[in-house]
Design a protein around this ligand. Structure first.
Ligand code: SF4
Length: 290
């Protein structure tokens, strides 16, 4: 992602090639692929990357990322930066089908674990279970799946190449049963009955440690079978937040929804407030963005 250079005082900035400030509550991120085969209709990353749909779903591996990550880690170790969380991935899916061919995400995770670094994975693909052996017993990771609907026909319209919903629910149960810290991103909630976050919470509350909620930001309208309706979201969050608080559901709200939530008088609860690991303080956020 493009962004302005951010340099923070008193800390020597190492040259980083792979690890990036994510611009979200996760602090830092690594992107293992260019593009994403999942082809979600609402894909914000495709919009950021200025790619047409055909180019975007023809994802390409970032083959040099493993060697570059090793250099980044070496540079970080010689500086006084503390990385308290790393998000995989911010503008692609770490476990899209091509990962089974290239294994880049797995090698990245092996490096992070080998260096004792924390990370958070978020995916729409049950390929993530291939790496259960890596996640199990590693306390500094959280593994999440995105689920915005329990209706697989609706999922198929919006996320045509991602895993079926039932399989994603099973994957969360498997992760939880194996002692992995779990996470469910309910974002983007679509303004229709098929995308009901309260029903998703009811279905998954026993196997999800943390939910994240965010509305749809209609950057892309083509192929979306519903119409944006801000009043709908006001009503929805007016029900959802009291429900979670009454039921003792641990949740946060997505950074993309911050402006909306605050403008409508709702609390914005960023990931770093509810995460069980400290968010990088501003003095840590000094890596240069592209
Ligand atoms: S999984 Fe994420 S990056 Fe991939 S197409 Fe869907 S929204 Fe875009």
């Amino acid at each position: 992602m493009k962004g302005k250079t951010a340099t923070v005082n008193k800390v020597q900035s190492p040259k980083l090639k792979v690890i990036r400030p994510s611009g979200t509550g996760f602090g830092y991120c690594i992107n293992c692929y260019n593009g994403c085969e999942h082809g979600c209709q609402y894909c914000y990353s495709r919009k950021i990357a200025h790619k047409d749909e055909a180019t975007w779903i023809n994802a390409q591996p970032r083959l040099q990322i493993v060697d570059l990550l090793k250099k980044d880690v070496k540079n970080l170790k010689s500086s006084n930066i503390v990385i308290r969380d790393m998000f995989l991935c911010s503008i692609c899916d770490a476990y899209q089908p091509i990962e089974l061919q290239y294994g880049i995400t797995r090698r990245v995770i092996e490096i992070l674990i080998g260096e004792g670094l924390p990370f958070t994975v978020l995916t729409k693909n049950t390929n993530v279970l291939r790496d259960l052996d890596l996640f199990k017993g590693y306390e500094k990771c959280r593994v999440g799946l995105t689920i915005i609907t329990l209706d697989d026909n609706f999922r198929n319209k919006l996320e045509p190449n991602a895993s079926p919903i039932a399989d994603r629910c099973d994957a969360l149960e498997t992760l939880k049963a194996n002692g992995v810290s779990t996470y469910c991103s309910v974002e983007p909630i679509m303004p229709c009955k098929e995308s009901d976050p309260i029903e998703i919470v009811k279905r998954l509350r026993n196997c999800v440690d943390l939910f994240e909620f965010g509305k749809w930001s209609p950057y892309i309208m083509k192929g979306i079978p519903v119409t944006y309706n801000e009043d709908y979201y006001v009503g929805l969050f007016g029900r959802l937040i009291p429900y979670c608080e009454q039921e003792g559901i641990k949740y946060c709200t997505a950074s993309h929804s911050e402006t909306f939530l605050k403008s409508k008088g709702f609390k914005f609860i960023p990931y770093q407030l509810v995460s069980d690991r400290p968010y990088p303080n501003p003095n840590d956020l000094h890596a240069k963005t592209r």
